[in-house]
Design a protein around this ligand. Structure first.
Ligand code: SIN
Length: 534
């Protein structure tokens, strides 16, 4: 069934919910589509916390500096300033919406530390911060009469048509209702993509199965510019053996003193970085990868003995229980490996979350707002989501005031989406997804080479060609929609990675092991004009 609204939000994590709550104060109607149940988002999987300048020994300049250092020369200073300076106010709103962050003696906020932070500034709720925030935001959203949440609806493609001057404008999205199999359209004046990341493009990932890069792929197909997709952050400590998704062992354990060791008990991180086990994530993930390869071992060990047992249990209940549930005694050492965790690139936006397509916004992990550069500072992602959701909501609210609410002439000139009639090949889709994830893990993982990337590119292209045929002929299914998006995102990652012939931040290529500021001190920006076959 078709719908019209002032604002369409795609995604129900921290970015989408915050934006919806804020814009609902001005918009008459907000439709929020989410592809599973509303609580299924990457936010739920965010264990560590939210970074902000909250401690008495901290200051904006330190948080800015730490963010810029982690970003390896590619952060954009203005959005970083906005992130840091507006952070404490946005953090206070999360508390007002009902997130009860942990407090220490005397009632002051308990602030943790993670890799790359020069101060304690990570506010948390045990080691399940994302879930606590998500729950509070969902409660707040259910109290808003003008936000309609459509669960089990996956956005398939954005609806883009030219305005009178010929400029392409986003007018909503085509959505597939899983339960009925019906394809409908949501027309809106403004569309916000808050679909999270794309970790599922890799064999091992901490991201939930919904993290299939939908927003990035849709925006790119709709003509939006995408940037920096080569910068994929691998979290150093996923529980070994990895499940799907991999169980994340928060970096905050290392912030409290836990130490990485090889299986024979040797501490190794001091050989790689002065900050040892608390070095920036890119350094730690590569060091673990190197140690495992050199020793022919399939994991390293996180030694938690420096943390007092009662602190371990009270501060990290999820990690402790997760280990115990799998027959691991955490106090004897936690087996860990790196896994894909976060994409620092995404849909290119300005400092209000606006993309290069009129009427289309993006915020949270789906976006490339300029704050992460070549490597995201730990726990900056929840902060980015709330700061830029707020900025986007303020801009959209202003535009609703000036241009009037309600969609103008919905559907005029918008082509109807046209799936085929054939029976979907679900087995083929599952096989292709597994093959894609293997290709990406081997071809464009923690340590890259030109040759392996080239092989992966050929493999992905052949899977994409087969999928294109299936897409044109068969009925659409959520599995098919996700596979198409994963394939497109894989091509974007490979295209960006092959363009950057240097090593910087999260992108490490053995053929070009050094930073090249002369040639590459800029974002890798791709758009449809760059010869993509789709
Ligand atoms: C963690 O707790 O280690 C993850 C936090 C993040 O990715 O920022």
């Amino acid at each position: 069934m078709d719908r019209t609204a002032d604002v369409l939000v795609v995604g129900s994590g921290i970015a989408g919910l915050t934006f919806a709550l804020k814009v609902a104060a001005r918009a008459r109607s907000v439709v929020l589509v989410t592809k599973k149940e509303r609580a299924a988002s990457s936010t739920n999987f965010a264990r560590g916390g939210i970074a902000a300048v909250l401690g008495s020994d901290d200051g904006f300049r330190y948080h800015v500096q730490d963010t810029l250092v982690a970003g390896a020369g590619l952060c954009h200073p203005r959005p970083v300033e906005a992130l840091v300076r507006e952070g404490p106010a946005r953090f206070a709103e999360l508390m007002e919406w009902g997130t009860a962050f942990d407090r220490g003696e005397g009632g002051s906020l308990s602030l943790g530390r993670e890799g790359g932070h020069s101060r304690r500034r990570i506010a948390h709720v045990g080691d399940h911060t994302g879930r606590a925030i998500e729950t509070a935001l969902l409660n707040a959203v259910s109290a808003e009469a003008n936000i309609e949440v459509l669960e089990d609806h996956i956005a398939v493609d954005l609806l883009v048509t030219p305005d009178v001057a010929g400029t392409p404008v986003c007018r909503g999205a085509a959505v597939l209702d899983h339960r009925s199999g019906e394809v409908g359209r949501v027309y809106a004046r403004f569309t916000m993509l808050a679909t999270g990341g794309c970790g599922q493009v890799y064999l091992h990932t901490t991201n939930p199965e919904i993290a299939t890069g939908d927003g990035i792929a849709m925006a790119f197909r709709a003509g939006a510019r995408v940037a920096n997709m080569e910068f994929i952050q691998f979290h150093p400590t996923a529980l070994h053996p990895t499940e799907d998704p991999a169980f994340l062992i928060s970096e905050a354990l290392r912030g409290e003193g836990a130490v990485l060791r090889t299986r024979d008990g040797t501490s190794f991180m001091e050989r790689y970085h002065a900050l040892g086990s608390l070095a920036p994530r890119d350094v730690v993930a590569r060091a673990i990868d190197r140690e495992m390869r050199d020793r022919g071992e399939d994991h390293v060990v996180l030694d938690v003995s420096p943390i007092r047992p009662e602190v371990l249990r009270s501060r990290f209940p999820e990690a402790v229980q997760g280990c115990l549930d799998r027959g691991i005694d955490p106090e004897s050492g936690i087996p860990v490996v790196p896994a894909a965790h976060y994409v620092c690139g995404g849909v290119l936006t300005d400092s209000t979350g606006h993309t290069s397509v009129a009427g289309l916004y993006a915020t949270g992990e789906v976006a490339c707002s300029g704050v992460h550069g070549a490597n995201r500072l730990a726990s900056n992602s929840l902060l980015e989501a709330v700061v830029f959701a707020d900025r986007a909501a303020r801009q959209v609210s202003r535009r609703l005031e000036t241009s009037g609410r309600g969609p103008s002439d919905p559907g005029a000139g918008v082509p109807a989406p046209a799936p085929g009639n054939g029976e979907p090949d679900l087995e083929g889709i599952t096989t292709a997804r597994a093959e894609l994830r293997r290709l990406m893990w081997e071809g464009v993982g923690i340590v890259r080479s030109g040759e392996r990337m080239e092989e992966a590119e050929a493999g992905v292209a052949s899977l994409a060609t087969a999928e294109e045929v299936r897409w044109g002929e068969c009925r659409w299914t959520p599995e098919g929609v996700e596979l198409r998006n994963l394939l497109h995102v894989a091509e974007l990652i490979l295209r960006c990675a092959r363009r950057r012939r240097e090593s910087r931040g999260l992108h490490y290529v053995v053929d070009h092991p050094h930073r090249d500021n002369e040639g590459y001190l800029s974002d890798t920006v791709v758009s449809r004009g760059d010869g993509f076959p789709w």
